[in-house]
Design a protein around this ligand. Structure first.
Ligand code: OOG
Ligand code: NI
Length: 316
């Protein structure tokens, strides 16, 4: 048998062509994220070592400015080209946001490893409904979008390189956006960077597969969880349970010379329970498709707050 089979990496070496490229791009996006977000990196290492088993990612999330050609589509086109399927839309009228999620190609490989090297994650992409912002805010967003040229065609490339496609803003422009939409301000300085990765709690093997235990473990290890509406977010059907950390911050050099701390990314946890029609399946036979799929507006609305000033400045 071949050398790769002997050392147990035959799965990995069997993924070729477009799927290998897709996974390579996701790895690059993740490495930008891990370099900028020490909390996310530490938690991934902590859970991985406590488990001693591969981790699965439930989903990856991105934010965009909803201006024609620059919104959800600018990031989605990459995933659609690599076999993802468009699923439901979610609306957040109070936050002036909308989102779409995408499911991974059905014929994708299990990956045989941990994280990006495991089963391909869902993708969650949101956009700011820019034409509902004040004229000043719209003007700033449109100015930076114009400075990016055809940057909207390279959202995935920018994300995997960790680059903004537009010029750096001034601190006062950042503050103007933040006063109206913290999402807008976040997107202006983080661009297409990965907003979060989500660990699939129910696919863990230890007692951490119960999200309540996972939350306790994370908090006892000294990390802060987003407390908006309570730490555990539960969908009305009771089947989708989510929690997330408070985002890390990073110094950002603004175009006017000011260096100020801005919120970066966070890490999320999701537990999907078995659908009622499959509740009698033996645990060992339960697959991902037997579980609650999709997202939930009420949960998501609170998870967006993981990058908010309120959560970042919370004490204890
Ligand atoms: C996305 C928040 C929503 C989920 O899983 O419902 C979310 C964001 O903060 O951009 O991640
Ligand atoms: Ni999420």
């Amino acid at each position: 048998s071949s050398r790769s089979e002997q050392n147990g990496s035959s799965h990995k070496s069997s993924i070729q062509g477009s799927e290998a490229f897709l996974r390579g791009v996701l790895e690059s996006m993740q490495s930008v994220y891990l370099n900028r977000n020490p909390t996310a990196k530490a938690i991934l290492e902590l859970v991985h070592s406590a488990e001693n088993n591969p981790l699965c990612y439930d989903h990856l999330a991105f934010r965009t400015f909803g201006v024609t050609g620059y919104g959800i589509d600018s990031m989605a086109s990459f995933f659609l080209d690599y076999g993802y399927t468009r699923r439901e839309e979610l609306r957040f009228p109070a936050k002036k946001l909308r989102a779409l999620w995408f499911s991974p190609p059905a014929d994708s490989q299990d990956g045989g490893g941990s994280g990006i090297k495991g089963p391909l994650p869902r993708i969650f992409i949101s956009e700011l409904i820019v034409d509902q912002m004040s004229p000043q805010t719209q003007e700033i967003i449109k100015k930076y979008i114009a400075s990016s040229g055809n940057g909207n065609q390279y959202a995935a490339l920018a994300s995997s390189l960790g680059l903004l496609t537009w010029e750096k803003p001034s601190y006062s422009e950042f503050q103007q956006l933040a006063s109206e939409s913290e999402y807008a301000a976040w997107t202006l300085v983080n661009g297409h960077a990965l907003n979060h990765v989500t660990i699939s709690a129910h696919r863990l093997k230890t007692e951490l597969r119960d999200i309540k235990n996972l939350n306790r473990f994370i908090e006892e290890s000294g990390f802060r969880l987003n407390s908006e509406g309570g730490v555990l977010k539960v969908s009305p059907d009771g089947l989708l349970l989510q929690s997330s950390t408070v985002a890390d911050s990073m110094p950002f050099q603004f175009s006017d010379g000011a260096t100020e701390s801005v919120p970066c990314s966070y890490i999320e946890f999701a537990e999907r329970l078995v659908l009622p029609q499959y509740k009698n399946l033996p645990a060992i036979e339960v697959k991902e498709f037997h579980r609650r799929d999709g997202f939930e507006v009420g949960n998501a609305d609170k998870i967006f707050e993981s990058t908010s000033k309120d959560q970042l400045s919370r004490v204890g």
